[in-house]
Write a protein that binds this ligand. Structure first.
Ligand SMILES: Nc1ncnc2c1ncn2[C@@H]1O[C@H](COP(=O)(O)OP(=O)(O)O)[C@@H](O)[C@H]1O
Ligand SMILES: [Mg+2]
Length: 303
């Protein structure tokens, strides 16, 4: 069933939960992907992210996976804060509410803070995957758009639309990150499937030669894991992680725990620069302004 969700669009609109009776005020659209739209909303003084799905069946399956994870003893606990319908113009629009993660994509984060952050981001991402895999789920759709980086290289996974129980067929994936696309293995949900996408993500986010751009035009019979291994070999930003990433691409790990242990064992450069948040720039401007005012005051005093 496909419904129209345009009603959520305007900022300031109020969404009333039909069953749980919670009220949210729409602030702005955070993003839209293949499955739905996500809005920044406010309830009381707190901000949350609200997702509405384009397809009711897909939306429900995402909610089901999140429900199970929300009960687990992992960092995904309490991820699902509310599930409800919004009744408008004679139809019920399903939505769910999750924490709002303020941050940026891996690409933006590294542009601001340096590419040597990739090792810490990689470590934190592997940790998340290991947690999820322990609960017998795989993420499925690891890609740049579904990961938010904040603080000290902290990683949050968003978009649980691809989350699949181990052993089933992967529900949702993105070609360039997909093991099957590269002829590197099946689309069965196993831990190595997520690890493969993880390796492609790291290569693509440090791919200064932009060799992955336009890869979809390469004929399937000409695409293979060798191409990725080749890109990895010439990638200077990933030189210290190359042995682990190589093993991942060759399907040598059956569990993310093993990959994580190997990742930890390697010595990586400490990021040269402390992370700058977007708000940091303003602090600097204010600090500089206060110095000028101070200087002027001293100057006028002595005059
Ligand atoms: N919890 C969240 N906090 C902050 N931004 C989010 C959150 N969830 C989603 N987004 C933003 O909305 C975009 C689309 O959400 P996503 O769940 O990936 O939708 P789709 O399933 O359609 O791909 C994301 O790429 C991200 O920019
Ligand atoms: Mg998405």
């Amino acid at each position: 069933m496909t419904t129209s969700f345009e009603q959520f669009g305007s900022s300031g609109a109020v969404v009333d939960g039909k069953w749980n009776k919670r009220q949210y005020r729409i602030e702005r659209l955070l993003g839209a992907g293949a499955n739905g739209k996500v809005y920044l909303v406010k309830r009381g003084k707190l901000h949350y992210a609200m997702k509405t799905g384009f397809d009711a069946v897909d939306h429900q399956s995402e909610v089901n996976a999140l429900k199970a994870l929300s009960k687990s003893n992992t960092s995904f606990r309490q991820y699902l804060l509310d599930v409800d319908d919004f009744h408008r113009d004679g139809q019920d629009i399903p939505f769910y509410v999750m924490p709002y993660f303020k941050g940026s994509s891996i690409g933006e984060f590294m542009k601001r803070n340096g590419r040597d952050w990739i090792y810490l981001i990689g470590l934190n991402l592997l940790r998340k995957l290991a947690e999820l895999h322990k609960e017998d789920y795989i993420f499925g759709d690891i890609k740049m758009e579904n990961i938010i980086v904040s603080g000290y290289g902290d990683v949050d996974l968003i978009d649980f639309g691809g989350v699949t129980l181990k052993g089933k067929s992967v529900k949702q994936f993105t070609e360039v990150y997909d093991r099957g696309f590269w002829g590197g293995g099946s689309r069965t949900a196993d831990e190595a499937y997520d690890l493969f996408a993880f390796a492609v993500l790291l290569i693509s986010s440090t791919d200064t030669e932009r060799r992955l751009v336009g890869i979809k035009q390469v004929l399937p019979q000409n695409r293979n894991v060798e191409m990725l291994l080749d890109m990895l070999q010439s990638n200077k930003a990933l030189s210290q992680a190359a042995p682990v990433l190589r093993k991942i691409l060759l399907g040598k790990y059956t569990s993310s725990k093993q990959a994580l242990a190997d990742w930890r064992r390697q010595s990586y450069p400490k990021p040269a620069r402390t992370p700058r948040s977007t708000g940091g720039a303003w602090l600097k401007v204010c600090f500089a302004a206060s110095l000028v005012v101070f200087g002027l005051t001293v100057y006028m005093y002595w005059l």
